[in-house]
Design a binder for this molecule. Sequence first.
Ligand SMILES: Cc1cc2nc3c(=O)[nH]c(=O)nc-3n(C[C@H](O)[C@H](O)[C@H](O)COP(=O)(O)OP(=O)(O)OC[C@H]3O[C@@H](n4cnc5c(N)ncnc54)[C@H](O)[C@@H]3O)c2cc1C
Length: 366
Amino acid sequence: MCIIGAGAAGLALAHALTLRGINTVICDAGKAGQGALAASAGMIAPGAEIWETRSSAHPLAGAFGALARHSAALWPAWAGRLQAQTGIDIAYRASGALLPASPGMAEWLARHGFDALALDADEARSRIPGLALQEGALFLPGDAHLSAPMLASALIEAITARGVTLNENARVTRLERKEDGGWRVRLAAGGVIEADIVVLAAGWAAAELHPAAADIYPVKGQALMLDARAPLDWPLLRGGDVYMATKPGGRLLVGASTEPGRSDDRAEPDMAGTLLARAARHVPDIADMAQLAHWAGVRPALPGLMPRAGLAEPGLVVSLGAYRHGVMLAPALAEGLAELIAGGRVDDALAPFAPGTVNEGLSSAE
Ligand SMILES: Cc1cc2nc3c(=O)[nH]c(=O)nc-3n(C[C@H](O)[C@H](O)[C@H](O)COP(=O)(O)OP(=O)(O)OC[C@H]3O[C@@H](n4cnc5c(N)ncnc54)[C@H](O)[C@@H]3O)c2cc1C
């Protein structure tokens, strides 16, 4: 079988398949893990995500919450196994997340099944010194984060050590149905790979390869790494239009812009200033931190901002449109699709997101 795209979706699925004794070929247009995955803040924060998007009216909102919680619960075992298998520490931290409180927030989160601890301003500042806060805050203990670049390295190491063939600089240009029902995967460089099963996991660029991906669109995101000058032990700080995640080595990641329709990966100085100003509104000392890096990545989005995962037609599986949740959802999507491929079983958590269900044909006016 052949997976198109070695990003969060493709690498995680290849890993889940190796654990079931199935080795694949993966083709990536560039270097593995260097798409949106490399740009990611690595947050596994179902509570904060669901509060900030608050799209309870969406027909898949409940199913999305369940999928996100299920995936977050798989992460500790995934992180431990990757470390045991590769020796690479992906810096998984069960840090929790802190959100400035707003009216109705605690009740809303409780109604949607999330534990949240109310903190007054002093208690919040004991977790994040220097936090500027008028009212109190909520602490969500179930949220976590990891290092996305280290995750990419660990997944690549884990799958190649188990015999997966990773073809880098191998852009797929066309999928053709063979007479016997399998696929011919055509590469830009002229080669052809024959496969019984193809998985389309090519991020925002998947649209041109199959009608099941035709409505995917890019959403650019820019982020910064700052020098915090000392190791910080903060929970994730989620401020609505900005978030902060401490990273090993005394660094602080600040993200991210949301720029629908843009597929370039230029890091623009104006946006660095905007992100820094937004972060400093929450923790003024951040304004004095030196910038270590500024980058951009392109998230894959589908109308309704829900993922699409499952069988699109016989022998063609898709893992598409994880938008700003591809790291958080990676274990659940990978385990669910690996079960589908290995045993033909449709995972309950993934069933609502299968191609051809309600998540096709939604309006893109989100
Ligand atoms: C700034 C930023 C911050 C983010 N923070 C978070 C976060 O905190 N938590 C979270 O869960 N998510 C986060 N995300 C989102 C997350 O990165 C994405 O949801 C995830 O990477 C999507 O995975 P993917 O495999 O679909 O796409 P990608 O990771 O982009 O992988 C797709 C791969 O397909 C390859 N490809 C494309 N076209 C072809 C082709 N024709 N042939 C072969 N290969 C091809 C690409 O080269 C790429 O490597 C963030 C994203 C950005 C930009």
